[in-house]
Write a protein that binds this ligand. Structure first.
Ligand SMILES: C[S@@+](CC[C@H](N)C(=O)[O-])C[C@H]1O[C@@H](n2cnc3c(N)ncnc32)[C@H](O)[C@@H]1O
Length: 455
């Protein structure tokens, strides 16, 4: 049976029934009969069943901290059916609004609630009433008051437009028969500048035996799309800078456990030998975590101001540089740093190190949500104007990533040996940039060269 033959509504009904059953089970196991020994401590519907002995490594590999799980009601942890940890390394900050799509028994909602603190809010959305009820119970038991659960479908979410800072989700979107609708909904509910951190199962070239199995669909396998299709789908919905940032690849042994599982896997015998299937699909099914951002509209660009950096901006600049993996020595050069500021936030920066009439241009960063608005060019042009007031005649830069952009602005590639010694002696040139970086230069005495080259 293909997806069309299974029928979209049928898939959803089957998914609901399955997760209602999973949460109703007396034993906290979605993926198999009640265990005797060893005791599963964290189930994964979308990964191999987890035993006490595996706990440490799984917790670590998924990025959950044992202490943070220790603070949660045991039921929320035991009824975790995720395949990753969307909260690991996500930069959630106090006061933000988080939406967890397919929140299940609430594990990620409760962890997010701690991260956003009393001034923030978490919305858990799930289409299975039994899951919503369990999430509420666990939240009450945890004594948490900033989480609310809403019954609803990810394809048509009961969430206001542009109202959340983060969309997180853990092993859910693969279950949707209409992923473009889910991706559009994510883009709709995010505020401009809002971000996603989504863990999900992805797969390449699944055998028809899996693709056509309703059991495999509700078990997070048959509905899995490729990593590239995921990225493309989210970008088509309007998100930007979408990328997979971490992966947990299942080996044949783990897949065999998953396929052979009576509740989560594939109907025994329906797809042939599970061992053969696991061998055939090893390395082709994994859990990936996707990041991305909803960009600001072009209109916002006119609200962004480029100005000299102040002392108080240094820590924000350092954060930007660290995120871009660029050297963070700013203090000695603060007078030659410019920032792009929007609503009191530093959203971009650029700087230079001046040596006589030469300068090394460096540290050009624009935060994710402000890319595509021409900010990099504005920062660059402002730096050129500033450099001219400082008597700079020739600008140099080192880059591994922006050569085409720099070329459009009037820089030309040169041999590293052609770079004057005083520029080679700058801290950025000496320590900061790898050997593969390209050296470029531009004569700033030629006025408006960049403008004439770029129209
Ligand atoms: C594999 S479980 C993951 C639960 C939870 N994220 C966790 O990590 O424990 C999938 C959950 O997504 C929910 N779900 C599946 N499809 C959904 C949809 N279209 N809209 C809302 N919830 C959905 C199911 O009811 C179930 O609770």
């Amino acid at each position: 049976m293909s997806e069309q033959e299974i029928g979209k509504d049928n898939i959803k009904e089957a998914v609901k029934q399955r997760y209602a059953r999973a949460i109703e089970r007396p034993s906290p196991s979605c993926c198999g009969p009640a265990p005797v020994q060893p005791v599963p401590v964290r189930n994964s519907c979308c990964g191999p069943a987890v035993t006490e002995t595996m706990k440490g490594s799984l917790v670590k590999s998924a990025g959950y901290q044992e202490e943070e799980l220790g603070r949660l009601p045991a039921d929320a942890v035991q009824n975790s059916f995720g395949c990753g940890n969307p909260l690991a390394y996500a930069g959630i900050t106090p006061g933000q609004v988080i939406l967890d799509i397919g929140s299940g028994a609430g594990i990620d909602c409760l962890i997010a609630a701690e991260k956003v603190g009393p001034t923030g809010r978490v919305i858990g959305l799930d289409m299975t009433p039994e899951m919503i009820e369990r999430g509420r119970q666990n939240t009450r038991e945890a004594g948490v008051t900033n989480v609310e659960f809403r019954l609803g479908d990810a394809e048509k979410m009961p969430v206001a437009d542009a109202s959340v800072d983060w969309v997180i989700s853990n092993c859910v979107i693969n279950l949707s028969p209409d992923k473009p609708a889910v991706f559009r909904e994510i883009a709709r509910v995010l505020k401009p500048g809002g971000r996603i951190s989504i863990s999900d199962i992805v797969a390449e070239e699944l055998p028809a035996a899996i693709r056509d199995s309703r059991d495999a669909w509700t078990g997070c396998l048959a509905g899995a799309i490729s990593e590239a299709a995921y990225v493309q789908g989210l970008e088509a919905a309007g998100l930007r800078e979408v990328r997979a940032t971490s992966r947990l690849v299942y080996d044949a042994g783990q897949l065999q456990g998953l396929f052979g599982d009576s509740a989560c896997g594939i109907t025994p015998g329906a797809c042939g030998d599970v061992g053969d299937l696991a061998q055939a699909t090893a390395g082709k099914i994994w859990s990936a975590r996707f990041e991305g951002v909803k960009p600001y509209l072009k209109a916002v660009a006119s609200e962004v101001r480029v100005m000299p950096a102040q002392e108080a901006d240094i820590s924000a600049i350092k954060t930007l540089l660290a995120e871009a993996e660029l050297p963070g020595d700013v203090e000695g050069h603060r007078d030659d740093f410019l920032v792009a500021r929007h609503e009191k936030k530093v959203v971009g920066c650029v700087g230079m190190e001046v040596r006589g009439s030469d300068a090394l241009f460096r540290s050009l960063v624009v935060t994710l949500a402000y890319r595509g608005l021409g900010m990099a060019r504005r920062l660059y042009e402002s730096l050129v104007a500033h450099a001219r007031t400082r008597g700079v005649e020739r600008a140099y830069l080192l880059t591994t990533t922006v050569e085409p952009l720099a070329k459009a602005w009037g820089f030309r590639r040169i041999d590293r040996a052609q770079v004057p010694k005083r520029i080679q002696d700058t801290s950025e040139f000496r320590g900061g940039c790898c050997a593969s970086a390209v050296a470029m230069s531009q004569d700033l005495r030629i006025p408006d060269r960049a403008a004439s080259c770029c129209g």
